[in-house]
Write a protein of this length. Structure first.
Length: 142
């Protein structure tokens, strides 16, 4: 009986560890670490880092987002991050305008790359709780 109990314990423990790691965010830890290294904007009134999978169960591809609000202009915010992130080894990858389906410009997007990670800083709205968003993603090489 003792042998059977030990055998069951040996078989169940790795499964429980895997389930905990997969569904409770352990596999997304690298994204959180990248997001935590992004310097907080000096005049941010709100700052929130959210990490997880892309589906409701948290089992999809990982990613991280940083939401913040400031009354500073987009030019000031983008200049701050160009300087800070480039000094940390990030390379500016793209600068784009964001448009809705009707073609109305709704914001701007500034992209950076470092190692296998990409970080996009978007300016979406001037009247919401969060008017800037960082998205942290990892490039997947097939």
């Amino acid at each position: 009986m003792k042998f059977l109990l030990i055998l069951i314990l040996i078989m169940v423990t790795p499964a429980l560890l895997f389930i905990g790691y997969y569904f409770f965010g352990g596999r997304c830890l690298p994204y959180r670490l990248v997001a935590q290294k992004i310097p907080k904007y000096e005049n941010a009134s709100n700052w929130s880092i959210q990490v997880g999978g892309s589906d409701m169960g948290g089992g999809g591809p990982c990613g991280a987002e940083i939401y913040f609000h400031t009354n500073d202009s987009q030019d000031l915010v983008f200049s701050f991050y160009k300087e800070k992130l480039q000094n940390d080894g990030w390379v500016v990858d793209s600068e784009n305008k964001l448009a809705d389906p009707q073609g109305n410009i709704g914001g701007n997007l500034l992209g950076f790359k470092k190692d296998n990670y990409s970080v996009d800083l978007g300016n979406y709205s001037h009247d919401s709780k969060w008017n800037f968003v960082f998205s942290v993603d990892k490039e997947i090489n097939n």
